[in-house]
Design a binder for this molecule. Structure first.
Ligand code: KG4
Ligand code: ZN
Length: 390
């Protein structure tokens, strides 16, 4: 089954063609990072306008890269929730129009579901297209994980190299931080969520305080390589259960920077960066990154204690590109843990961020779970809605 996946929930315009939920035939992502680096964050109206400019060229390229015609596409999948209202509108309007025009079934996919299903994808080709806004080639293709023993795809647990149910999923992005319990495909129970900021948002805000470029996650990770992660002691939130909180960590970094710079708490935060040495910036980046990763993994350990029957851990979303998170998760859950837990899965770094392939993968498992297409004349968008399940 060939699915065209379309994703525009935030600041990436993306389309991909995926076969049977696993094999990426094309994956085109045009990022607006170069536009928003200037502002230090996403401006929703600008994001929507930018999606509008590149949406159709991105879809056309996804089809031509895959070497398929509209006749061969079996379904269209599009992100309809959650995300920026204007951004979601452009993607869904494009998908609705294409579905009507080419007479294809249309599926509406939740963004977090898509991030989780990035862990089922294998890519055997790399595609890239430069952003129309600059010469910066910020486009990702897939990866080439060696799942050569892959057998027919299905709804069971039988695909070698893929996560095995029941699964504990940690979704960490710019807008979400959640722990999900999955007993089967397309079935998600939220067992932990952030009570305030998402962890990616926290990376972005801390980067701003430190004067590091947007998006904050990769900038912090890069600066942290040269820093001392034990230089500044930052607190872990005291929250019972599996919920997270990241706003206190951001404030703790702000206060520590103010203290280090010898200024009062009323000092404008956007001017703090001028008072820090490059060494201090790297030390703060490393100390913050270490604490954020510890907080995430402490909760995952607690989740595993509540669900010792979990067979796989799956990490997904933009923050899952973080190297320290990858290394520490593997150390904690694979090397130090014996027992029934099989493996920790991360998407290929190029599939951690927003892309169309993961939308198509999620859609495939929805169709296999009996989810029906939506009416292309009436599809709605939901900027803020929790993940649902069958
Ligand atoms: O999933 P995503 O691309 O978009 C949303 O759905 O929000 O996630 C974007 C987030 C941003 O906050 C970005 O700073 C963060 O992912 N991020 C990272 C890394 N790469 C991206 N955070 C930590 N380390 C990284 N290497
Ligand atoms: Zn995302």
């Amino acid at each position: 089954m060939l699915i065209l996946g379309i994703e525009t929930s935030c600041d990436e315009t993306a389309a991909a063609v995926v076969e049977d939920g696993v094999r990426i035939l094309s994956n085109v992502v045009v990022s607006q990072i170069d536009i928003f680096a200037e502002y230090g964050g996403v401006i929703p109206e600008v994001a929507a306008r930018s999606h509008l400019e590149v949406m159709m060229p991105v879809v056309d390229k996804a089809l031509s890269d895959a070497g398929v015609t509209w006749n061969e596409i079996d379904a269209i999948a599009v992100t309809h929730a959650p995300g920026l209202l204007g951004s979601l509108l452009i993607g869904t309007l494009a998908a609705r129009t294409l579905a009507i025009l080419h007479d294809k079934p249309l599926y509406a996919v939740h963004h977090l579901k898509s991030h989780v299903y990035a862990n089922w994808l294998i890519a055997d080709n790399q595609n890239s297209v430069p952003s129309t806004r600059s010469s910066r080639p910020v486009v990702t293709g897939g990866t080439s994980l060696s799942r050569s023993s892959l057998v027919a795809n299905g709804l069971g647990n039988t695909i070698p190299g893929c996560p095995i149910f029941p699964i504990l999923a940690l979704v960490v992005s710019g807008g979400h931080t959640q722990i999900l319990w999955m007993t089967r495909h397309n079935h998600f129970e939220i067992i932990g969520t952030t009570r305030d900021d998402a962890v990616g948002e926290c990376f972005d805000k801390v980067a701003k305080i430190l004067g590091l470029p947007y998006p904050g996650g990769p900038s912090i990770a890069k600066a942290a390589l040269k820093g001392d992660a034990n230089k500044y002691k930052l607190p872990h939130p005291k929250i019972d259960g599996l919920d997270f909180s990241f706003s206190g960590l951001k404030t703790a970094v702000l206060r520590a920077v103010q203290k280090e710079a010898g200024v009062p708490i009323s000092y404008p935060s956007h001017k703090l960066k001028e008072l820090l040495t490059p060494e201090q910036v790297c030390d703060f980046a490393a100390s913050f990154q270490k604490t954020a990763v510890e907080i995430l993994l402490e909760k995952m350990q607690a989740a595993l204690e509540e669900h010792p029957e979990a067979k796989s851990i799956v990490v997904a979303g933009g923050v899952s590109a973080n190297e320290l998170l990858r290394e520490e998760a593997e150390r904690l859950f694979c090397r130090e843990r014996s027992g029934s837990l099989g493996q920790v899965f991360f998407p290929a770094p190029s599939l951690s961020g927003d892309n169309g392939a993961m939308v198509a993968a999620a859609c495939y498992y929805e169709t296999r779970s009996g989810v029906k297409p939506v009416n292309p004349y009436a599809l709605n968008i939901y900027p803020r809605i929790e993940i649902d399940h069958d």
